[in-house]
Design a protein. Structure first.
Ligand code: HEC
Ligand code: HEC
Ligand code: HEC
Length: 459
């Protein structure tokens, strides 16, 4: 857009609006009929949302200010509303308290409050009364903590830390032991591949943080894949599986690599035939899946069952969350504070990621910075939805055990965690962290390394 008319318009608006506010001309001064929240604490929060946020975040609720009929202002507002509602919807069932905010909503809200970034600065220059007061900010932050303390995820957090954006991983999982044992065997069985050379574990080595620690995966016959192998540890926390989310859950995911010619390159019929020749499998499937026996569905179900057991609890950070306040060093704690301020709006929850799809390069063009040709894999979520708005969006990776799940990013282009953090600061936050900040964030990230089968994953 040509900048000149925009500046003139903004100038006019800045002069006009305060005047119109004084004269009571602007629609902004008429409060919409405020719905009260369900609890006293939430009532205050709800009121703020309705008075200061719904204009952009509530589809259909927008009170168009008087200048909204000016052509450029209209376009700008429509764009704002589109972008705002893509990130957070504040509809009536939410601000009335009927419906709960998700953990992701809470993390995004906390992010904008800590950074004082909402309402947007340009908007505030025209609607200065919409600025959040310190008191309102505190009230919303306290309510976020309160909501988080109700999540089942935070059940093991110590009383003071139930409001944190990260929750400890459970020490025990409730999956049928027989199914775990069967799934574990299948996960390590090379008969799932066309030339009997690869198992799931070839690319998701449980002694390498559930990855292959390689830039991209290598399939049968030495074929180089298009993308980096993510970890299978804690993958059950992912909203969907794969970098682009094309599999809805672990069972659907497990069907993929077997039939993928570039990975295990085997037909499911052959896999079933091969497994049926092994009496041990016959027996196990008969016991666990009496009705169905040995089929593609039961094989993938058993693998998914095993993957449900791949939790990595008891990291130093989890010990901290459970109440061992002295366990973190000052550097680790200050790294965590930086993380909460800059990273936790995307990397949150028990797995410290996996809950949403986010753009790689919110503030700066990552692909330009990286250089090289754009690949199909770089399209990310776009490949699934074919919607332009999803180009370069990826499932936020899990940061549990990140110290050993190198190399980093979907393209495996970064070997070193310090570099990955520096790049995240740049492209997602427009921040150039200094060396101390990066070192502190990295030392915090290293506290996320957990245990599997009672042993530390870091060997
Ligand atoms: C003038 C329109 C406007 C108003 C008013 C507004 N927002 Fe936003 N909001 C946006 C836009 C545009 C985005 C998306 C782009 C961005 O994050 O800057 C957004 C994004 C967000 C996000 C998502 C942040 C993330 O992590 O992606 C949250 C949370 C949010 N707003 C909360 C609020 C709250 C709370 C209020 C009221 C105090 C508010 N907004 C008022 C326009 C608005
Ligand atoms: C040749 C290497 C290779 C083999 C063999 C392999 N995978 Fe993967 N796995 C990958 C790659 C690469 C991805 C990411 C692909 C993508 O997102 O497009 C992936 C993704 C996954 C994911 C999704 C994780 C996430 O965060 O989205 C899970 C779960 C998984 N694999 C489990 C398995 C299972 C179970 C098997 C065996 C049936 C298996 N993999 C076999 C390389 C492999
Ligand atoms: C806007 C959401 C968002 C924010 C904010 C964000 N990240 Fe990320 N992060 C992502 C996405 C998406 C990826 C995957 C990008 C890719 O692979 O191309 C990622 C990848 C990573 C990785 C690589 C993990 C792996 O296994 O490949 C690390 C490490 C990381 N982020 C750390 C951070 C840190 C530290 C911060 C704060 C300074 C941060 N992120 C802020 C969304 C975000």
């Amino acid at each position: 857009m040509n900048k000149k008319p925009l500046l003139i318009l903004l100038g006019a608006v800045v002069v006009f609006l305060p005047l119109s506010n004084l004269l009571g001309l602007s629609g902004k001064n008429e409060p919409i009929s405020v719905v009260s929240g369900s609890t006293p604490n939430f009532s205050k929060v709800s009121e703020v949302f309705q008075n200061k946020c719904v204009d952009c975040h509530s589809p259909g609720m927008t009170r168009m200010p008087i200048y909204a009929n000016l052509p450029i202002a209209k376009q700008l507002m429509e764009k704002d509303i589109r972008n705002a509602t893509a990130r957070l919807i504040l509809n009536k069932s939410l601000y009335s308290g009927e419906e709960k905010f998700t953990a992701l909503d809470l993390a995004r809200l906390e992010g904008v409050l800590l950074n004082n970034s909402m309402p947007p600065h340009l908007y505030l220059s025209m609607h200065w009364t919409a600025k959040l007061t310190a008191d309102e900010k505190q009230t919303i932050l306290a309510w976020i903590s309160e909501e988080r303390s109700k999540l089942t995820w935070s059940i093991d957090s110590s009383k003071d830390l139930k409001g944190e954006p990260i929750q400890p991983l459970p020490l025990k999982v409730t999956v049928d032991d027989k199914k775990i044992a069967l799934g574990q065997k299948l996960f390590h069985d090379t008969s799932l591949s066309g030339d009997n050379t690869l198992s799931c574990a070839s690319c998701h080595d449980l002694t390498k943080g559930g990855t292959d620690q390689a830039k991209v995966a290598t399939g049968i016959k030495g074929q180089q894949g298009p993308i980096n192998s993510p970890t299978v540890f804690n993958a059950m926390y992912n909203v969907a599986q794969f970098w682009d989310g094309r599999a809805k859950d672990l069972q659907a995911q497990a069907a993929g690599p077997v039939a993928n010619p570039g990975e295990m390159g085997e037909q499911w019929d052959n896999v079933i035939a091969k497994l049926k020749q092994i009496p041990e499998y016959q027996n196990a499937f008969q016991t666990i899946y009496e009705q169905q026996g040995l089929t593609k569905e039961t094989v993938t179900d058993a693998i998914a069952g095993f993957e449900q057991s791949l939790v990595t609890p008891d990291s130093r950070f989890d010990k901290y969350l459970r109440g061992d306040n002295g366990i973190l060093t000052a550097d680790e704690k200050s790294g965590y504070e930086l993380f909460k301020l800059n990273c936790a709006s995307c990397h949150n929850g028990p797995a410290v990621g996996g809950l949403s799809f986010e753009k790689m390069g919110v503030k700066q063009d990552y692909f330009k910075l990286r250089g090289g040709q754009l690949t199909e894999a770089d399209n990310g979520r776009f490949n699934v939805t074919k919607e332009e708005k999803d180009r370069h969006f990826f499932k936020v990776p899990i940061l549990r055990n990140v110290e050993i799940t190198y190399p980093y990013f979907h393209d495996g282009s970064v070997n070193n965690l310090n570099d990955a953090v520096r790049i995240m600061g740049q492209v997602q936050r427009n921040k150039n962290f200094n060396d101390t900040e990066i070192n502190n964030i990295v030392s915090f990230l290293k506290t996320l390394t957990g245990t599997y089968s009672g042993k530390s994953l870091k060997q």
